[in-house]
Every structure is written in structure tokens, then in C-alpha cells.
Design a protein around this ligand. Structure first.
Ligand code: AMP
Ligand code: TRP
Length: 327
């Protein structure tokens, strides 16, 4: 069976962009892959975090993983900082990557632009991500489109080490969803839906109540020509809503267009509200039960133990490759 690894940052506000772009495929993949799903708390501290909030968010994401259907009997669920191999391999890979390739990353440019001083962690963040992936001999990495560049970098580093020192790493592949790979902000469909936008109505969080879902969708930016047609260039708002509809319903975008031909934006938005409410209600209910249960900590403890066992094997191989240690 092929091995899958992916991670989500514990920074609150997990939204339908995260879900449709990445998390939803996590669930499907567990049927015929060996899956490892991580909560990447060490990535979160590349920018300052409130320690209490961080711990809370770690448990929130763990509970959300289970609430959407990741089954700890099938998949490993664990927290990055409970397996020290991530930091160790991260350092080794830093020594095999170039500052030039890291400063070229779009996300780095976006996050560091205009800042007076830029944290080193922000620069080396993609190398830690490469370590996460390579530590588990991962074949497939399901992520949103925004991570494409980081997956390419991971592959480059793995191939570079293999060529220079001999076969050490499995070279992974990214896996991106078609509809939903990039969900745009509801208030500004030219930028992607994000956890950090100050406007709460720019996103729909997975735990939003029905009334909030309705408000955010009914306010979503569209255009004035009134036609429900997929055309991201000229009609980014309507196209984004069509993608979301398609992803939640599992209907091809052309078929959604056909279903709503001749109808107004108001009708389409109302249908999208109902569809989104239906999709999120069971997740919210599962989340509330799991978050309160003692099972959650047990799942994370067990997950860490299983993940560490795999990581130790890889680390032994990597130490041998580079001549680290003395036996
Ligand atoms: P993050 O919130 O950055 O930890 O992202 C978690 C996962 O969600 C990653 O695989 C991202 O690629 C994906 N993701 C984040 N924002 C979006 C978005 N607006 N549309 C689609 N996928 C997204
Ligand atoms: N960088 C990813 C994001 O911001 C999260 C992440 C960290 C990740 N390590 C990973 C995703 C390993 C996939 C595999 O979305």
C-alpha cells in the first residue's frame, strides 16, 4: 500500500478552503492507503503564538480530523512536536538546501514582504515541511494548490540527496483536488480563503453555525451581469461559489451551471447555503462529542508512538547516509 502524509497547522478557524482543498481527500485516501495525518505545531511557531491558545488549537484540529471521518483505527493521527525526528531531519535538510531556493518561495515572499526583520523559521519553514514528508518515506501528499511549490522543493531536496549520497529518500508526489483546490475568499474572490483575514465573512469555518453560514454566503461578492457561469477570469466571485457548490455536491461544474441556468444569484446562493449547512452540521456535532472525550488524548498518544517507530527507522538510514554518529 502506498503511504500518504499530510499536515495542517493548528491555528484555529479551519475553513471550507482547508476542507475542500485538502482535508476531504484525507478521508477518502484512508480506504486504500496507509495514511499519516499530522498537526504541525512546530510550523505554527514560525510566527508568535499564544502558548495556551496553541495547545487548544492542536486539540481542536485533532478533534476536527476525527470529526470529518479520519478513523484512528485506519490512520495515524499525531502531533508533530511529539516526534523529535521532524526537527532533527529538518536540520539535516537545511544543510542540503540553498537560501536562493527558499527566498524564491511565493509564501515566503508574501509573509516576509514589507517586514523590517524576518524570522529565520519563516525562511526554513518549507525545509521542515520537506522533513515531515521525507521522514515517513511518503509516496503521496494530499494538499491544496498553494503548497505545490513546497512539494516541488521537497522533491528537489530528496533527489539532490539521493544523487549525491545514494538512495536515501522516497521521492513523494503531491495530490491536488480539482474543484476546491483553491477556494477563494467570499468577500474578495481574487485572494484565497485564509485563516487570518480580519473579515470573518471572508470564510466559512467548519464549525460555523447555520446562521453564520447563511450570512457569509448571502453577502459573498458576485458581479452585476446576473449569469451563473464558470469564468474565473471575468467572474471570480460566481466561479468561486460554483466551485464550492461542485465540491460539496460532487457534481461537475458544468452540471451545476446547467441546473441553475436562467436562475438568479439569490436562488443559487440559497441553494449553496442549504448544501453547506447539510455538509457541516454532522461535522460540528461529531466535533463537539470528540473534543470533550478522553479518547482524543489516547489517539494522539498512540499516534505519536506509531509515527515515532517509522521515523526512527528513517533517521537511522539518514544518519548512516551522512555519517552522523559513531557506530
Ligand atoms: P494551512 O491552513 O495553511 O495549514 O493549510 C492546510 C491545508 O489546506 C493545506 O493543504 C492547504 O493547501 C489547504 N488550503 C489552505 N487554504 C486553502 C484554500 N483557500 N483553498 C484550498 N485549499 C487551501
Ligand atoms: N505547509 C502546510 C500548510 O501550510 C502544512 C504542512 C506542514 C504540511 N507540513 C506538511 C502539508 C507536510 C503536507 C505535508 O498548509
Amino acid at each position: 500500500m502506498k503511504r500518504v502524509f499530510s499536515g495542517v497547522q493548528p491555528t484555529g478557524n479551519i475553513h471550507i478552503g482547508n476542507y475542500l482543498g485538502a482535508l476531504k481527500q484525507f478521508v477518502d485516501l484512508q480506504e486504500d492507503h496507509e495514511c499519516i495525518y499530522c498537526i504541525v505545531d512546530e510550523h505554527a511557531i514560525t510566527v508568535p503564538q499564544d502558548p495556551k491558545e496553541l495547545r487548544k488549537h492542536v486539540l481542536d484540529v485533532a478533534a476536527l480530523y476525527m470529526a470529518i471521518g479520519i478513523d484512528p483505527r485506519k490512520s495515524i493521527i499525531f502531533v508533530q512536536s511529539s516526534v523529535s525526528g521532524h526537527a532533527e531531519l529538518g536540520w539535516i535538510l537545511c544543510c542540503n538546501s540553498y537560501t536562493g531556493e527558499l527566498t524564491r518561495m511565493t509564501q515566503f515572499k508574501a509573509k516576509s514582504g514589507g517586514q523590517e526583520s524576518v524570522g529565520t523559521g519563516l525562511l526554513t519553514y518549507p525545509v521542515l515541511m520537506a522533513a515531515d514528508i521525507l521522514l515517513y518515506d511518503t509516496d503521496v501528499v494530499p494538499v491544496g494548490n498553494d503548497q505545490k511549490q513546497h512539494i516541488e522543493l521537497t522533491r528537489d531536496i530528496a533527489i539532490r540527496v539521493n544523487n549525491k549520497y545514494g538512495e536515501t529518500f522516497v521521492v513523494p508526489e503531491g495530490r491536488f483536488m480539482k474543484a476546491g483546490a483553491r477556494v477563494m475568499a467570499l468577500d474578495d474572490p481574487t485572494s484565497k480563503m485564509s485563516k487570518s483575514s480580519p473579515n470573518n465573512h471572508s470564510r466559512i469555518s467548519l464549525l460555523d453555525e447555520d446562521s453564520k453560514i447563511k450570512k457569509s454566503i448571502m453577502r459573498a461578492t458576485t458581479d452585476s451581469d446576473g449569469e451563473i457561469r464558470f469564468d474565473p477570469e471575468n467572474k471570480p466571485g460566481v466561479s468561486n461559489l460554483l466551485s464550492i457548490y461542485s465540491a460539496f455536491s460532487g457534481t461537475a461544474i458544468e452540471d451545476v451551471e446547467a441546473d441553475f441556468r436562467g436562475k438568479g444569484y439569490g436562488d443559487f446562493k440559497k441553494a449553496l447555503v442549504e448544501l453547506t449547512k447539510e455538509a457541516l452540521a454532522p461535522i460540528r456535532q461529531n466535533f463537539n462529542e470528540i473534543r470533550e472525550s478522553e479518547e482524543l488524548i489516547r489517539v494522539l498518544d498512540e499516534g505519536a508512538e506509531k509515527a515515532d517507530a517509522i521515523a526512527q527507522k528513517t533517521l537511522k538510514r539518514v544518519r548512516d547516509t551522512f555519517g552522523l554518529g559513531y557506530r
